[in-house]
Design a protein around this ligand. Structure first.
Ligand code: NAD
Length: 309
C-alpha cells in the first residue's frame, strides 16, 4: 500500500528541533504528525525516529535519522517486512570538519591555550617541541565510507599524508595507500593521527584496545567520531595515563552522556565533544531531504536509498 502519513517520533527531538524538522516536509503530499509512544501504526504509515520502537514493526517503512543504526533490530524489521533505512551519506562535511578541527587543535595546541585562557594566563613558555603542523603528517582513516571519505578528502587538502583501512581495494580520492582490516596494525603504526570511522558492529567492537595503542606511535592521537564501543575506553585511559599515545579527539563514548567521573574529562591532551559530530543549524534540512527522497522512492516502488533491512 501507499504511504498516507509521515510520523515523526518524539525521540527525533534528542538530536534536532522536532518542529523545524516537521516543517521541512511542507512539500510532502501527506499529513506529517509528531507522535509519541502511545501511537499505533499500520502499513500506510512512514516513521522517522531517533530511537527504535517495537511498534514501528507495524508501519510501512521506518527511517532511522542517524547513520549508526546499531540500536535498531534489523532482523526484526526484515522478518516483519518493514524496510529500515538509515541516514548515512550526509555526514561527510560535518564530521569531516570536526575531525579536521580536532587535528588542527591538537597539533597547534588550541585546546591548551583555551584551558589557560580560562585562567587569564598567557602561557608564556609553551614547550618548543610540542606544536607541529598537520601538513605532511600521516593520517590513517579506519573505515572509508561517508565519514571516512569526508575526513580523508579534507586532510588531503591540508597536505596531510592520508592512508586508510578498507575492506575493498577500490581507490578513494585523497588516500595514497589502502590496507585491509587484517593489516590494521601495519596501517596505524606510522600514523600521527588515527581516525575511527567504521560503524559499530560485532566485528568492530573493541577494534582499538591495548595492542593497538601499543602499536601506535607514542606521539600519535586517536580520533573517534564513529561510536564509543569501537574503542575500549579503559584501555584508552590506561594508554593516555601511561603515555603510550599522546592524546585523543573524542565525540563518542561507551556511555553517553560521558559520566561526570570519567577520567577522560581531565586529560589535557584529550578533546571531548558531546556527540555533536553532525550538529549544525541545518541538520534538520539535510535529514528531511533524505527522508523525502526515500519517501518518494517508496511511493514509486523503487529501490530505497540507504536500506539496511
Ligand atoms: P558508511 O556506511 O557510509 O561507512 C562505513 C564504512 O565502514 C563502509 O565503507 C564500510 O564498508 C566500512 N566498514 C565496516 N566495517 C569495517 C571494518 N571492519 N573494517 C573496515 N571498514 C569497515 O557510514 P558513515 O555515514 O560513514 O558512518 C559511519 C559510522 O559513524 C556510523 O555507523 C555511525 O555510527 C557513526 N557516525 C557518527 C556521527 C557523529 O555524530 N559522531 C555521525 C554520523 C555517523
Amino acid at each position: 500500500p501507499q504511504l498516507e502519513r509521515l510520523c515523526i517520533h518524539e525521540t527525533v527531538d534528542e538530536k534536532i528541533p522536532i518542529e523545524a524538522f516537521a516543517d521541512a516536509f511542507a512539500e510532502l503530499n501527506v499529513p506529517v504528525e509528531i507522535v509519541g509512544d502511545d501511537e499505533t501504526f499500520d502499513r500506510t504509515d512512514a516513521v522517522a525516529s531517533f530511537r527504535p520502537r517495537e511498534a514501528f514493526l507495524d508501519a510501512g517503512w521506518t527511517h532511522c535519522i542517524r547513520a549508526g543504526y546499531d540500536e535498531f533490530d534489523t532482523e526484526a524489521h526484515t522478518e516483519a517486512g518493514v524496510p529500515l533505512t538509515n541516514s548515512t551519506g550526509i555526514h561527510d562535511t560535518t564530521v569531516g570538519e570536526l575531525a579536521i578541527g580536532y587535528m588542527v587543535s591538537l597539533a597547534r595546541m588550541l585546546h591548551i591555550y583555551r584551558d589557560h585562557q580560562n585562567d587569564n594566563d598567557w602561557l608564556a613558555e609553551p614547550p618548543y617541541e610540542r606544536p607541529f603542523t598537520v601538513e605532511n603528517e600521516r593520517l590513517c582513516v579506519v573505515g572509508l565510507g561517508t565519514l571516512g571519505q569526508g575526513i580523508a578528502e579534507r586532510a588531503d587538502a591540508l597536505g596531510m599524508d592520508v592512508v586508510g583501512v578498507r575492506r575493498s581495494d577500490d581507490p578513494v580520492p585523497g588516500v595514497s595507500e589502502l590496507y585491509h582490516p587484517d593489516d590494521l596494525h601495519e596501517a596505524i603504526a606510522d600514523a600521527r593521527f588515527v581516525a575511527v570511522a567504521v560503524p559499530h558492529t560485532p566485528e568492530t567492537e573493541g577494534m582499538f584496545s591495548t595492542e593497538e595503542f601499543e602499536t601506535m606511535r607514542d606521539d600519535a592521537y586517536i580520533l573517534n567520531v564513529a561510536r564509543g564501543p569501537i574503542v575500549d575506553e579503559d584501555a584508552l585511559i590506561d594508554a593516555l595515563d601511561a603515555g603510550t599515545i599522546a592524546g585523543a579527539g573524542l565525540d563518542v563514548f561507551e556511555t553517553e552522556p560521558l559520566p561526570e567521573d570519567s577520567p577522560l574529562w581531565d586529560f589535557e591532551e584529550v578533546i571531548v565533544s558531546p556527540h555533536r559530530g553532525s550538529a549544525t543549524n541545518r541538520y534538520h534540512l539535510d535529514i528531511a531531504d533524505l527522508v523525502a527522497e526515500i519517501f518518494h522512492q517508496y511511493q514509486a516502488d523503487e529501490e530505497l536509498r540507504n536500506r539496511v533491512a
